[in-house]
Design a protein around this ligand. Structure first.
Ligand SMILES: Cc1cc2nc3c(=O)[nH]c(=O)nc-3n(C[C@H](O)[C@H](O)[C@H](O)COP(=O)(O)OP(=O)(O)OC[C@H]3O[C@@H](n4cnc5c(N)ncnc54)[C@H](O)[C@@H]3O)c2cc1C
Length: 377
């Protein structure tokens, strides 16, 4: 099988590159082993201090609403964190104060949303809080098995019964100016969070649950759908295990499921994520990149990899694949001609491109621009 570009890794970076290349008329395939960091996504993109038009257009065309409103967001423990570009159901506030009285609502049997910690955190900041659990017969089936009572399963039900939730909240509401709900709405029907906001006569704030993150899973599903609608080939559940390479040119990639049917292309993009997604691996002697054995920037002495004070910044989190200025991946200090590394596999080796979601988006667009650049004769 031959494509213009083969992308390894189908998270935020890989999908952004794939969508942009498909839109430009290039044929692409994405190989992805499975879950990615979006399943843990807070809903706010790190290190995007402005809202680049290309990024907002890409998301809007995929059916994902964004808003840009520099401020802070409410965290699950009642604290606040700086946030800028976010999904539209994430509330952003100019300062760490969201109101005077809050009604915090969750569901009987649901343990992945910590109402009491949230209330405690907000009360420390002078907000009065009241916690209420809704006992919904529609969730009884899920309640029978604690492993089913997770945010994504609940969100599937909520897409159908959100009007009941609004009705119950209206009955419960006294003089609270704010209602806080777990982020378990709008998994498939993306209009649900705004319809809840319209139906409740108080400010509604959705806040984080334990993973999987419903806003993140929704983002992944919508980006993947957009990519496939544009004609992209998404090879879900496959893993790139090696490559055919000659003179710093990659010719094809070998995958677990396709066996001898190699994926050939003019360009290759490596978007396999950091340690979390196994884009980077470590053993007691070195940190390595498993598909192409690329150069990884790291301290030589293992004792410098980490800070023994666990809660401190950890040096290994900054390590990543080495690239040239155009994001060509390096091996033995030399750049590959047609292999680009993007997203969190870069660690913090490219501070010019930011961190987290900002890095994934910026590096994907930069690599695509390089691929689309007319050939210099
Ligand atoms: C727990 C967690 C929470 C985060 N929360 C936020 C947040 O709220 N906001 C923010 O801005 N940033 C967040 N980040 C940073 C995050 O890394 C980026 O935002 C971004 O989602 C990374 O995207 P990526 O595509 O580079 O990598 P990933 O999302 O890690 O995707 C890499 C994909 O490649 C696949 N893969 C790996 N190896 C292979 C292979 N050999 N063959 C095929 N596929 C392979 C993996 O299975 C995975 O699907 C978070 C990171 C983590 C780890």
């Amino acid at each position: 099988m031959r494509f213009n570009t083969v992308i390894i890794g189908g998270g935020l970076a890989g999908l952004t590159a794939g969508i942009t290349l498909q839109k430009a008329g290039r044929s692409t395939a994405i190989i992805s082993t499975g879950q990615n960091a979006l399943y843990f996504f807070s809903g706010s993109f790190e290190s995007l201090e402005e809202a680049p038009q290309r990024i907002t257009d890409l998301f809007t065309e995929a059916g994902i609403g964004l808003h840009y409103n520099p401020g802070v967001r409410l965290m699950p423990m009642g604290t606040f964190r700086k946030a800028v570009l976010s999904l539209e159901d994430i509330s952003l506030f100019p300062e760490p104060k969201i109101g005077n009285k809050a009604l915090i609502v969750s569901f009987t049997g649901y343990h992945d949303f910590f109402c009491s910690f949230l209330a405690e955190g907000l009360e420390k900041q002078g907000m009065q809080c009241r916690v209420k659990l809704l006992n919904l017969p529609e969730l009884e089936q899920l309640e029978k098995s604690p492993s089913e009572m997770r945010s994504v399963q609940i969100a599937r039900t909520m897409d159908r019964i959100w009007e009941t939730v609004v009705r119950e909240i209206r009955i419960l509401l006294r003089d609270e100016d704010t209602v806080i709900l777990p982020q378990v709405f709008g998994l498939k029907d993306t209009s649900v969070p705004s319809r809840i906001r319209q139906g409740v006569p108080a400010q509604v704030v959705f806040t984080g649950t334990l993973p999987p993150s419903v806003p993140g899973v929704r983002t992944q599903m919508l980006l993947k759908r957009r990519y496939e609608l544009l004609g992209g080939t998404y090879l879900m559940g496959d893993e790139a295990t090696g490559a055919h390479v000659h003179n710093k040119v990659v010719h094809s990639v070998v995958t677990q499921n396709l066996g001898n049917h190699f994926l050939e292309a003019d360009n290759f993009i490596l978007a396999t994520g950091g340690f979390f997604s196994k884009g980077l691996k470590s053993n007691p002697f070195e940190i390595s990149e498993p598909v192409f054995d690329l150069d990884v920037e790291q301290a030589e002495d293992r004792s410098d990899w980490y800070n023994p004070e666990f809660m401190r910044e950890q040096p290994y989190m900054k390590y990543g694949v080495a690239t040239d200025p155009a994001l060509h991946a390096l091996s033995g200090g030399e750049p590959y001609k047609n292999l680009f590394a993007i997203g969190s596999i870069l660690g913090e080796t490219r501070p010019d491109l930011g961190t987290g979601g900002g890095l994934a988006l910026r590096s994907a667009l930069a690599a695509v621009d390089e691929i689309l650049k007319p050939d210099e004769e």
